[in-house]
Design a protein around this ligand. Structure first.
Ligand code: CU
Length: 226
């Protein structure tokens, strides 16, 4: 078994990073830990500005025991959302796009944003598929997608959609892994529960893996609006 060459990097406040020598043509696994992730509230980590073929993977969001499962997910353009009801009661799955720029201009409050899909799921076992389009992807001026169930205000979930494969959801402890990141200097972004979008740079070089450590802290000046 080959010993893995792992480089460590630490982020402080607005973003520094370390490094290894870039070697064109190579790729590495970007892995790490987002400190401050609460159990049940994972973060999303992605690399901004890279293009690549998205994975062939649908995004399933289920109603399970009166909650959305998962609470945070990512979607990839060209695949589908799969909305499920695993409860024996009426739910609906209502996706809103943030449209932050509209919030600033609109006279009336938009609350969660504009409806993308609103699917009624009246019976247990129901499943409805809807396409994930380029319009759904995460952008500064639109933000992430919020998912609510109108009869049950406590049900709430989040989706960030990408048109490239370099994105991951952390586990409950904040660990994440993004494979096959091409060599070069990249901008890493982190979203956590609608409040924080952190930025950082990372350089991927001739190691098999790059380790990134990030500590979440309130950052009002970079707060992301839905
Ligand atoms: Cu519900």
């Amino acid at each position: 078994m080959r010993l893995r060459n792992v480089f460590c990097a630490s982020l402080v406040a607005s973003g520094l990073l370390l490094v290894c020598g870039a070697d064109i043509g190579q790729a590495a696994e970007l892995q790490g830990n987002i400190a401050g992730v609460a159990a049940g509230k994972p973060a999303v980590v992605w690399i901004e500005g890279l293009a690549g073929t998205v994975p062939d993977r649908d995004t399933t969001i289920s109603h399970v025991s009166g909650r959305f499962e998962p609470h945070v997910s990512i979607g990839f353009v060209g695949n589908s959302f799969v909305f499920r009801n695993d409860d024996d009661t009426l739910h609906n799955t209502h996706l809103y796009m943030g449209l932050a720029y509209q919030k600033e201009k609109s006279q009336r409050p938009l609350h969660y944003g504009a409806t993308l899909y609103n699917v009624a799921l009246p019976e247990a076992g129901m499943e409805v598929k809807k396409p994930i389009t380029a319009y759904h992807r995460y952008r500064e001026d639109t933000g992430f997608i919020q998912v609510v169930c109108n009869p049950h205000p406590g049900e709430h979930a989040y989706v960030l959609v990408f048109d490239h494969p370099y994105a991951a959801v952390t586990d409950g402890t904040g660990r994440f892994s993004i494979p096959n990141v091409p060599a070069g200097t990249h901008e890493v972004r982190i979203w956590h529960e609608g409040v924080i979008t952190k930025r950082s740079g990372v350089e991927v070089g001739d190691a098999d893996a790059v380790e990134l450590e990030v500590e979440l802290a309130p950052a009002p000046e970079s707060a992301d609006k839905p």
